[in-house]
Ligand binder design. Structure first.
Ligand code: GTP
Ligand code: MG
Length: 595
């Protein structure tokens, strides 16, 4: 099978092109360093099967951050039939040198000048034919996002593939010609084939940045935007959530219960009280989570994240972090795992380790489900949003505290250079792809962790045979009693303790397992919990859930990214210890004050 590799600098539209050509849904974002690992997909081109490989962006072939290593490793170990070099047409003066470096590897190459739409708008003109002659390569202009010029580019690729032979890139290090020669050739090509106006006429970006990056207004605007975003998510998400809850209940009462009426009690118990209630309670949050990711994707895709990094850089530097760490914390609000992997763009190991230590403290969407559920059950409709907001603040505060404490051990001197991409509007297609991606992610986690988790909880709360379900005589009750000396002082009762243990695997299981432990779902579960817990216990439980290790996937990622068991053990111990101390201080103080 023939193989095409997509190469180029970060943020030039490689993944956008990859999605267009393969129909895949690789992550796209207006931020350098979105792709951090290789991703392949097969397509039929010119009647034969071809593998297309999307790669992280590289600045040059000598780069030494972990995502750049991925590219080098790939090139050193794989024969490729065609290297598609994707450049941003508006930045040819900076990017052409990479194309020349890659060409020296003696791979069959094709040059795609992407973002033709922006080039036109900003007044950049490129003579692709002339450039093609000078470089002795096919050169095509196109817009991967909007599709202009895609068809001719596709045909050119098919044509180039037809008589391609797989080539191993030549030894990269000794083959590279002196950089001066490349510099000279680049000057020459730029002079004859490219016209860049002295100032790019990007009015929109300039005007917006005057406000968004304003020295005083910038940060308040940023937090205002975030606040509105959350308001919008819940405003739109709540009716959808209620709708799903209603449908799930109707299906249960109308179909499941009658259907299983004659089955043995343990079968209907396991299926209905276990799996259906457990997974259903979690599934009701899917619309909110999808909306959440859609809005995050908009923030990411417009280029506003880079602005957030810029605005927060000074503050983060005091904690031993930098603007990128802040962006990763924000991405961690979605899911900690990709945020941890995103730190690969950092070249300093100390900075990476410090950032990876704080990311698991960001309140990810799975924890958000737990907090939405509990705060709605225990607190008044007026107080619930404030409770949620306070948890976000705690998330930040614990992250900053962690950084402050560990920054002396993990000192980095990596300079932080931030590239400000122009503002871009996400397309509907990109948003739909992203939403679908999250639904699939949920289904994947549901089938892997949530079903297994709730089944286990059901078994633990219903056995040994003959005891009253959910009572202290069950296995779950015994585990709870065993944990009591540690968890009593922070106000976490036996039922909640079981939920916490399973939350270690995945936070979605926490509410799933509460549904199973109490044998109820939706509104009934909320009411029951409101009756059996007071707000101090509930808040202490939420604090603990927020701070202790997010999930198994996060731990596995910490291990694979840091490659150090000691580091992972330290991160685990720290988060568990911190969770206990924070909950303890809160719980005991609140009780001492008479609440
Ligand atoms: N205007 C315009 N924007 C584009 C075009 N192609 C991609 N983009 C946008 O450019 C940004 C970067 O796109 P990606 O596909 O994530 O870039 P990438 O090269 O994969 O980036 P890394 O994975 O970080 O190396 C996104 O906001 C895209 O929507 C295009 O042809 N025109
Ligand atoms: Mg990419």
């Amino acid at each position: 099978m023939k193989r095409i590799a997509l190469l180029g600098m970060p943020n030039t539209g490689k993944s956008t092109f990859f999605n267009r050509i393969t129909g895949a849904s690789a992550r796209v974002g207006n931020w350098p360093g979105v792709t951090i690992d290789l991703m392949g997909a097969k397509v039929i081109m010119g009647g034969e099967m071809v593998e297309v490989v999307d790669l992280p962006g590289i600045y040059d072939l000598h780069g030494f951050s972990d995502d750049e290593q991925v590219v080098r490793h790939f090139l050193e170990n794989n024969a490729i039939d065609l290297a598609l070099i994707i450049l941003n047409s508006c930045q040819l003066d900076r990017q052409l040198s990479l194309a020349l470096q890659l060409k020296q590897l003696n791979l069959p190459c094709l040059l795609l000048l992407n973002m033709a739409d922006e080039a036109k708008r900003f007044g950049v003109t490129v003579d692709a034919d002339k450039m093609s002659q000078q470089l002795d390569l096919p050169v095509m202009m196109m817009s991967a996002k909007y599709g202009e010029g895609y068809k001719p580019a596709f045909d050119a690729i098919t044509h180039a593939l037809r008589n391609a032979q797989p080539v191993m890139p030549q030894q990269m290090h000794d083959k590279l010609a002196a950089d001066d020669a490349i510099e000279q050739q680049m000057e020459q090509v730029l002079k004859s084939a490219v016209q860049i106006p002295p100032r790019l006429s990007d009015d929109l970006t300039t005007k917006l940045d005057r406000v968004m990056l304003h020295p005083w207004l910038g940060l308040p605007i940023f937090f205002g935007v975030m606040y509105l975003l959350f308001q919008a998510i819940f405003l739109l998400g709540k009716p959808l959530q209620d709708g799903i809850n209603w449908a799930l209940l109707a299906f249960k009462d109308g179909a499941l219960v009658p259907l299983l009426a004659s089955a043995p009690a343990w079968v209907s118990g396991l299926l209905i009280d276990g799996i259906y209630n457990g997974v259903g309670t979690v599934a009701a949050f899917v619309p909110i989570i999808v909306l959440f990711f859609l809005f995050m994707a908009i923030v990411e895709d417009t280029g506003y994240l880079s602005r957030a990094a810029f605005l927060m850089d000074a503050l983060m530097a005091r904690m031993g972090l930098d603007g990128r760490s802040f962006v990763m914390l924000l991405l961690g609000f979605g899911c900690n795992v990709p945020a941890l992997m995103g730190t690969r763009v950092m070249r300093s190991r100390a900075l990476r380790l410090l950032t990876m230590l704080v990311i698991p403290l960001s309140l990810c969407s799975a924890r958000l489900q737990v907090f939405l559920f509990i705060s709605a059950a225990i607190f008044s409709p007026k107080a619930a949003p404030l409770v949620l907001f306070s948890l976000y603040l705690m998330s930040f505060a614990t992250a900053l505290l962690t950084a402050l404490i560990f920054k002396r051990r993990l000192v980095s001197h990596e300079p932080f250079v931030l590239e400000m991409p122009p503002y871009r509007f996400p397309t509907l297609r990109q948003m739909v792809l992203r939403g679908w991606h999250e639904v699939r992610h949920f289904l994947n986690r549901a089938s892997k962790f949530i079903v297994a988790g709730v089944v286990l909880v059901w078994l633990l709360t219903h056995f040994p045979a003959g005891v009253a379900p959910g009572s202290s005589a069950t296995w779950a009750g015994q585990i709870g009693a065993w944990m009591a000396p540690i968890l009593d002082p922070v106000g976490i009762n036996n039922q909640l303790a079981i939920a916490l243990i399973f939350g270690f695997v995945a936070k979605e299981i926490v509410i799933g397992s509460l549904a199973v432990i109490y044998g109820m779902e939706g509104a009934a579960l909320s009411q029951h919990m409101a009756g059996s817990l007071d707000w101090v216990q509930a808040y202490s439980f939420m604090l603990f859930t927020l701070i202790y290790t997010p999930c198994l996937s996060t731990i596995a990622t910490l291990k694979s990214e840091s490659k150090s068991l000691r580091y992972v053990a330290m991160a685990l111990a720290w988060s568990l210890g911190l969770a206990w101390v924070v909950s303890f201080v809160f719980y005991q103080t609140a009780r001492a004050l008479g609440y």
